[in-house]
Design a protein around this ligand. Structure first.
Ligand code: NAD
Length: 257
């Protein structure tokens, strides 16, 4: 069974990824912010992470560790905690992410920087911290959570979109760079999932019913994606032995390339 480290694992898509791996008997370390951070919507805290561990522990071996992916020393600590718990790391899921929205002239420079620090540099930091452990694994894989926003432009989402294009570029480069070491690197590109990004930020003033209705109308397969949809795709990318460099859209047909 594999040892899996999932950043941004306390809730939302990260929790769906954790569930998918636990259901197949893998060992899971979720890593997320341990204290409240000032952002456009509430991010996870230690309490949220503890609730998730309590909820998922019946599925299998799940642990948690505090992590800030923008801090290289914090990434090193999360890696050490995972190796201590499970004697190694086979699969790294770089899933932590933040979103900022609005016209470019209104975007605060610190918001632009934060989006890139978490979404892009966070993957750089975590990958570097975990690489020695991944090189020691016989079945190593990295799965980055990009987005369909990384495949085509979207108005009022310039920083987020640019960061997700960067995640896909990083994924393809690392797939080639690490192939000789047998480490596969892929990205999942979720479509639209009703997590905090949508319900507490993008459509916070409209509510969940309006979100569901809009997605039913706009998504070819007639519904938003679930956390489970993305978890299953990540598990596939992490375990498919001859797949690397892929950016797999899971969007109900919203984006097809
Ligand atoms: P979410 O806000 O519930 O999850 C993101 C997690 O990342 C949170 O738990 C948050 O605490 C954590 N995080 C933020 N900054 C961090 C940091 N510095 N260090 C460690 N953890 C940090 O939202 P989500 O929708 O579950 O997002 C998960 C991933 O999926 C993100 O990369 C997001 O960009 C991507 N995504 C989401 C959607 C969607 O529709 N919800 C679509 C495409 C891609």
């Amino acid at each position: 069974m594999a040892s899996v480290l999932i950043t941004g694992g306390a809730r939302g898509i990260g929790k769906g990824i954790a569930t998918a791996f636990l259901q197949e008997g893998h060992h899971v370390m979720i890593a997320d912010l341990s204290s409240a951070r000032n952002w456009n919507y509430d991010l996870a805290t230690e309490d949220v992470m503890a609730e998730t561990v309590a909820e998922l522990k019946d599925f299998g071996d799940i642990r948690s560790v505090g992590l800030d992916v923008t801090d290289a020393a914090s990434c090193d600590k999360a890696v050490v905690a995972t190796i201590d718990a499970f004697s190694g790391i086979d699969i790294l899921c770089n899933n932590a992410g933040v979103l900022a929205s609005g016209p470019i002239e209104d975007m605060a420079e610190e918001d632009w920087d934060r989006v890139f620090d978490v979404n892009v540099k966070g993957i750089f930091n975590m990958t570097r911290s975990a690489l020695a452990a991944l090189r020691s694994s016989d079945s190593a894989a990295i799965v980055n959570t990009a987005s369909i926003a990384g495949k085509r432009g979207t108005p009022d989402l310039s920083a987020y979109t640019a960061s997700k294009f960067a995640v896909i570029g990083l994924t393809q480069s690392l797939a080639l760079e690490l192939a000789p070491a047998g480490i596969r690197v892929n990205a999942v590109c979720p479509g639209i999932i009703g997590t905090a990004m949508w319900l507490d930020h993008l459509m916070a003033d409209q509510g969940k019913a309006a979100f569901e209705e809009r997605m039913q109308q706009n998504i070819p397969l007639g519904r938003p994606q679930s956390e489970q949809d993305i978890g299953e795709a990540v598990r596939y990318l992490a375990t498919a032995e001859n797949v690397t460099g892929v950016s797999l859209s899971v969007s109900g047909g919203l984006v097809m390339d």
